[in-house]
Design a binder for this molecule. Structure first.
Ligand code: UDP
Length: 290
């Protein structure tokens, strides 16, 4: 954010379209899959433009170390991590200040919806792994983590969905690409709770006028509604697949169902073509008397 834009670089053209062809209020492509990891209690794989993210949830389980336990509720602990190979310049493995900050804000956003009081002294551990990064990874991470929590069956007051707006060439835009993030003027990630519209994460890097803040909030809220539908659909698909698999397993223990023979529709009776009368043979007198 705020890098010096190379001379001649156009981020928004005269038609108001962005370098990747999107309108100002358009999201990058998003694909969400729930329940992708066998070992985790809940998981999610999410692709968002050039971002590829895995989220895994373990718990509720006894919180260790014990001095971290809260006798009144579970701790929602998030670890955001960028893989060393996730960007073109290899990132230094292990937690740095940026990943600690993102872990903290993600944990605060998710903690707001998890019914943590149901699991005193427990921990709900959420791992967000950025496999490939192309700007907006914190939003993608929180969105994936919320799906993974739901997939783990963790009771929540609502679904958390995160998306950013920003300012590019003086215009408020949704969901910045890497170029826009590097050379734009403002980055404004937000996370909402879908049913209450509460804001559980809000950051701003750069400047916005009050009107631009309103525009960015309106834009992100509309986009969050759209993304929420994808989160819901991913969870539904997972459970439909499970139900399908159970049906197959259930059938395996029973007598094999014999497929009824397909009923063959009776052929329509075709009126026989009138056969020409056989030429009657001349009756020969056999000479045998009947
Ligand atoms: N980035 C990078 N190396 C790093 C950290 C970030 O190349 O060590 C890139 C990455 O593509 C990331 C983008 O810079 O998505 C913007 O990072 P930012 O801190 O704004 O977080 P994000 O937008 O990913 O939430």
């Amino acid at each position: 954010m705020g890098g010096k834009k190379p001379e001649g670089m156009v981020l928004i053209n005269e038609q108001g379209l962005r370098a990747d062809g999107r309108r100002a209020d358009q999201l990058r492509n998003i694909k969400i899959e729930a329940g992708v990891l066998k070992q985790a209690d809940g998981s999610c794989y999410l692709e968002w433009g050039g971002n590829k993210v895995l989220a895994a949830v373990y718990g509720p389980r006894e919180c260790h170390p014990r001095h971290d336990q809260d006798p009144t509720k579970a701790r929602v602990r998030v670890r955001y991590n960028m893989a060393a190979f996730s960007v073109s310049d290899r990132t230094r493995p292990g937690p740095d200040r940026r990943s600690q900050e993102i872990s903290k804000i993600s944990s605060e956003a998710l903690d707001h919806v998890v019914l943590a009081h149901l699991y005193p002294k427990n921990a709900i551990d959420v791992f967000i792994e950025i496999i490939e990064a192309e700007a907006g990874t914190r939003c993608a991470g929180v969105t994936a983590a919320a799906v993974a929590l739901a997939d783990a069956g963790i009771p929540m007051r609502g679904m958390v969905t995160s998306v950013a707006a920003g300012k590019v060439d003086g215009k408020v835009c949704l969901d910045l690409s890497r170029e826009e993030d590097n050379f734009g003027e403002t980055d404004f990630p937000v996370a909402y709770v879908n049913n209450t519209k509460e804001i559980v994460l809000l950051q701003q890097d750069g400047h916005f006028s009050p009107d631009e803040v309103s525009e960015a909030l309106e834009m992100t809220q509309r986009a969050a509604d759209e993304i929420y539908e994808l989160q819901k659909a991913a969870l539904l698909r997972k459970y439909q697949q499970m139900a399908g698999a159970e049906d197959v397993e259930g059938d395996a223990g029973h007598e094999p169902q014999i497929e009824p023979e397909p009923q063959i529709e009776p052929e329509p009776q075709i009126e026989p073509e009138p056969q020409p009368e056989p030429q009657s043979e001349p009756v020969h007198d056999t000479g045998v008397e009947n």
